[in-house]
Design a protein around this ligand. Structure first.
Ligand SMILES: [Zn+2]
Length: 116
């Protein structure tokens, strides 16, 4: 049981670390104690986002007379193939300004990706 608790703790730790490293480093004092004060959209770009879909293939003895898989997730598929496809998306660029605890203000370019 304590193994599970340890895994959960490690996962939480990783999430906190990722969140921490998303905060930019102040170029003046080098600390990551900055807060966002403004976000200006500077541009948009059409992109394709790579996606993956797992397709499960079942054998004849795993399906009923109609060819359907018995609704039981415990049945292991005979094989699994991965279908790769792309969906249209948009990448939005921002000019983000941060304010640091030392009083320094700086900006950097950021972007996010979204499906449309
Ligand atoms: Zn600073």
């Amino acid at each position: 049981m304590w193994v599970l608790a340890l895994i959960i703790l490690a996962a939480i730790g990783i999430i906190i670390l990722i969140a921490y490293f998303r905060i930019p480093k102040c170029p003046k004092c080098g600390k990551r104690k900055c807060s966002e004060i403004s976000r200006i959209e500077t541009g948009k770009q059409n992109i394709s986002i790579q996606k993956e879909e797992k397709i499960k293939h079942y054998g004849k003895d795993q399906t009923n007379i109609f060819g359907y898989v018995t609704p039981d997730d415990r049945i292991k598929p005979e094989s699994v193939t991965v279908r790769k496809y792309t969906v249209p998306g948009v990448r939005t660029f921002y000019e983000v300004t941060y304010s640091c605890v030392c009083g320094n203000k700086f900006s950097r370019r950021e972007h996010d990706e979204r499906e449309i």
